[in-house]
Design a protein around this ligand. Structure first.
Ligand code: 13P
Length: 255
């Protein structure tokens, strides 16, 4: 991380976990656990149905509530989807976009990721755009190509100013929920490569200002090392964001 240059964002992705009561109870724990003087921007992305309650629970704390997805159209016949306007009515300022689970199970493509991210920017919501290679791609040594292709397509048509308002999450698919973390060196290498790719799309100054997170089995034990890398500006955390003590430890690595 480099707190002088960039915002460091520690974000939890709760995925499809926690009903209403469980959400309230875990958020109460989180409000007490997360240090109030942290230099990190702290964010928890909860299932859409629990956003309203979650926003109430964290009021007055330094925890932000984010969404896990949002549609690109403003309104209309899109059963099951939510709009940026709906998020804005709860003052939600962040949404994960293009998580690999959405790409894998729900037909999300780079084109729809691009549209969803653009809709977020237009609504002044920060999109956390997820990219990452699968195991076969890593083993075939084509990680760089895969990442470059995703970044170029996901950010296609964005101005430098718009790119500066995005967050990129590098989440190698083979590391998600597997307990198999990328080494700090592997993660740093790809996060640096993402920054260089962004510089190619707009300019170096903008690229240096973009927050790039690592995600994939980040936990209380490995977070300090990952976050000590110069181009890793935070984490997108699944499993460990469902345990307040572990999440607090990760947030506490930001100094
Ligand atoms: P895990 O931290 O459980 O591996 O999940 C990572 C992730 O997918 C966050 O978006």
């Amino acid at each position: 991380m480099n707190l002088e240059k960039r915002k460091v964002v520690i974000a939890g992705n709760w995925k499809m976990n926690k009903n209403l009561e469980e959400t309230k109870s875990l958020l109460d724990e989180m409000v007490n656990a997360v240090p109030s003087d942290t230099k990190a921007t702290v964010l928890l992305c909860v299932p859409a149905i629990n956003i309203a309650a979650a926003v109430e629970c964290v009021k007055g704390s330094n925890i932000n509530i984010g969404a896990q997805n949002v549609h690109f159209e403003k309104s209309g016949a899109f059963t099951g989807e939510i709009s940026t306007d709906m998020l804005k009515s709860y003052d939600v300022k962040y949404s994960i976009i293009g998580h690999s689970e959405r790409r894998q199970y729900f037909g999300e493509t780079d084109e729809t990721v691009n549209k969803r991210a653009k809709a977020c920017l237009d609504a002044d919501i920060c999109p956390i755009i997820c990219v990452g290679e699968n195991l076969e791609e890593r083993e075939s040594d084509i990680t760089a190509n895969v990442i470059k292709n995703q970044i170029e397509k996901d950010l296609a048509g964005f101005t430098a100013e718009e790119i500066s308002r995005t967050i990129i999450a590098y989440e190698p698919i083979w590391a998600i929920g597997t307990g198999k973390t990328a080494t700090a060196r592997q993660a740093q290498e790809v996060c640096r490569f993402i920054r260089d790719t962004i510089a190619g799309l707009c300019n170096r100054e903008t690229a240096e200002s973009v927050t790039i997170q690592y995600g994939g089995s980040m936990n209380a034990k490995n977070a300090a090392e990952l976050l000590s890398m110069p181009d890793i500006d935070g984490g997108l955390i699944g499993g460990a964001s469902l345990k307040s003590a572990d999440f607090r430890t990760i947030v506490s690595c930001v100094k």
